[in-house]
Design a protein around this ligand. Sequence first.
Ligand code: OGA
Ligand code: NI
Length: 343
Amino acid sequence: MATTKLLLSDLISGVTHVPSNYIRPISERPNLLDVQWSDGSIPVIDLKGLSGPNRSDIIKEIGQACQNDGFFQVINHGIPEAVIKNMLQVSKEFFQLPESERLKNYSDDPSKSTRLSTSFNVKTEKVSNWRDFLRLHCYPLEDYVHEWPSNPPSFREDVAEYCNKTRGLVLRLLEAISESLGLERDYIDKALNKHGQHMAVNYYPPCPEPELTYGLPGHADPNLITVLLQDDVPGLQVLKKGKWIAVNPIPNTFIVNIGDQIQVLSNDRYKSVLHRAVVNCDKERISIPTFYCPSPDAVIGPARELTHDDHPALYRNFAYGEYYQKFWNRGLATETCLDMFKA
Ligand code: OGA
Ligand code: NI
């Protein structure tokens, strides 16, 4: 008997084939045999010296990574192991809750500040993605924490702690990135108006036919900068010189990527790079991106210091809220929104 299930994790118990609405056309499939799985593909940057005499060396490393890869990993980032461990644990427990308990948070409306949903945007997309996700706004914390799930019992406390610590890391990275562009240390901070911080807890169940579908298809992140925590199951891949490269998990390491808004602010010096999540037959996977963003009314455009007669502004000024709405509406159908905001 056909039953309607809202979430993928509840739909797939016992399925041996991917349901037809998850199957990509042949030309869009992940081609997993073509992926480079070896390590060492993305720079690893040690942040230990960022507040010491070697600051300028580390800023140079960060700038190089933003320019050449759009992605880097950070160690000695200052976020305690226990905070990371609790965040991963409580996320796993959340997705193990009974269906009726999880569904209390369900919504398909992307404008909601707290919601559990599935795929990417079920209202606009043609092919579904092999993912459930919990999405939370988390800055300022006191505006949102009361909306968050109250089960598991430690959820709010563990996630709030994680958000505070991650925000601290992002602010240090934004100062370093500002300086690496030759801008004032607080340039990006000020450009964001009131800041925004969102996070997702992505849950990718095991998939019987991972060659046919995606956890998330290739996309660029629409926000300013993303700091991703992943568990020990591989799945993230990054496009480098036309080839998909796996970013294999390293414990207690964060993966940082430049989003569209830094590409705009830097007038294309730094690149918001395509990445995707693939799934596998054996293991569920959890990834937790923190999306740091301008407030919706912040006006974003290329920094004047980075535009010249021979390198004019490549983008028009726009309100971030306008950009964000376009991102959700187009349903990952085109890989990047940046083209819609060219000068
Ligand atoms: C995202 C994303 C990658 C992953 O949520 O924007 O790119 O590994 N996630 O889950
Ligand atoms: Ni992403």
